[in-house]
Design a protein around this ligand. Structure first.
Ligand code: GAL
Length: 418
């Protein structure tokens, strides 16, 4: 009797295994979410895939900003062996489509009504010649200042809202023996700080002209001298060990009170959340100095590589559907520090930083204040962006660099890359 039951249980399991394995497909996903908060968020995507009966194959390449991941991806794609899917953003989506690597998502997008679920700025970025080729996970705001309020209190300074206030506070923080600005000297992080200064000092119109329209007069102009001058000044408020430091290590410094502030996108909040820190108590988020009302955006998205294998195609559809599902967008963005890309997701459990971000996005949308981030690869092609970031980062590295000459160099680098 017992043996009979065991036999029928085993054959039932066998049948279930055959059914699920007939549909189960391995989905290899390239991404660069390897810090504590990022990895926790990537796990949610993995769980989403596994709950649909598929097998997640992790292809993570460490390195904030994703430059290393993109290099590895190019090597794999060129050798004819791309992963099922990859995290690719902004203009790179167009480039990869033009080269013929990507599969269209239009059938799923039409079926899922993506056009009505996404803000137009976001859906436009996901399309090539009017057709969806990428699925968006989130909307990150880049122009944030993360503050340790206890350090500010001990020093007796208030949170700076303008660059003048920033330098006054930074002097006092430095004199009290703390590091005013936690920073990692990697080119994309240098560009993140530069971008926030540029937003404040150029204003929305000229930021757009410089970094989106690539207007050489604005790039080489007088206001850009001011941007580089302030950028040079900021260098005096970071510590001597910043070279090569990862962004999340800089976040740790703010968390543990070694440093007072960090300028970085809201993936920082993912890091703070995973460490159990609470907004308004352990840390405070405010727009980067002088950028109130402005929103420089960074949208993470996934693309899908063409394949002759039908099971791969099926897996890609499942991944795209998971990414765009309401439940995934809610859970993922709560963990990642970003806003859901879908506009109809409940934000009930989100914190005040997310609400600030949502309000700023809604107010900026449709106006000149919603701007694609230069440092996060959203404002122009990666080729031109890299040319600009080289100039920006070399300037930051060279203590003797002249802010009067840097704008001319920036414009020349863009002109040569056009
Ligand atoms: C960005 C990415 C974010 C964040 C950051 C640091 O490029 O869009 O999601 O994780 O890099 O790694």
């Amino acid at each position: 009797m017992v043996i009979n039951r065991v036999v029928s249980f085993l054959s039932l399991m066998g049948a279930m295994f055959t059914i699920s394995s007939a549909f189960a497909t391995e989905i290899e996903v390239l991404h660069w979410w390897t810090s504590g908060g990022e990895a926790r968020s990537a796990e949610l995507l993995q769980q989403g895939i596994e709950s649909r009966g598929h097998i997640w194959k992790d292809f993570s390449v460490a390195g904030g900003g994703g430059q290393s991941a993109m290099m590895v991806l190019k090597a794999r794609a060129v050798s004819g062996n791309p992963p099922t899917s990859a995290q690719i953003k902004g203009f790179d989506i167009q480039e990869w489509t033009k080269l013929g690597f990507l599969t269209s998502l239009d059938d799923i997008a039409i079926e899922g009504n993506w056009d009505s679920l996404l803000p137009k700025t976001i859906s436009d970025t996901m399309k090539y010649e009017g057709r969806y080729v990428a699925a968006p996970v989130n909307i990150h705001r880049v122009n944030w200042l993360w503050v340790n309020p206890k350090v500010m209190e001990k020093v007796g300074v208030s949170i700076p809202r303008t660059w003048d206030e920033f330098f006054i506070a930074a002097d006092a923080i430095k004199a009290a023996g703390y590091i005013p600005l936690a920073h990692g000297r990697q080119p994309w992080q240098d560009a993140t700080v530069f971008e926030s200064i540029a937003l404040a000092m150029l204003g929305a119109d000229d930021y757009y002209k410089a970094f989106v329209a690539l207007d050489l007069d604005v790039l080489s102009g007088e206001k850009m001298v001011q941007v580089f001058s302030a950028f040079k000044k900021v260098r005096g408020y970071i510590d001597g060990d910043a070279l090569g430091r990862d962004w999340n290590v800089a976040t740790q410094m703010v968390m543990n009170g070694e440093a007072a502030m960090q300028i970085m996108g809201d993936w920082v909040k993912g890091e703070l959340t995973v460490a159990g820190k609470v907004s308004g108590e352990d840390y405070v988020c405010v727009p980067a100095p002088g950028t109130d009302g402005m929103f420089s955006y960074n949208v993470d998205s996934f693309v899908f590589f063409k394949s002759h294998d039908p099971s791969r195609g099926q897996g890609q559809k499942e991944l795209a559907k998971t990414i765009m599902s309401k439940s995934f967008q809610e859970a993922f963005n709560y963990s990642k520090g970003s806003l859901p890309a879908r506009t109809d997701v409940s934000m009930a459990r989100f914190d005040d930083c997310a609400f600030q971000s949502k309000t700023a996005f809604t107010m900026a949308e449709g106006s000149k204040n919603l701007l694609p981030s230069l440092s996060a690869d959203m404002s122009t092609t990666s080729y031109i962006r890299d040319a600009m970031i080289d100039v920006i980062s070399e300037f930051f590295t060279d203590e003797a660099a002249d802010p009067n000459k840097a704008p001319e160099r920036l414009a020349k680098a863009v002109k040569a890359a056009l």
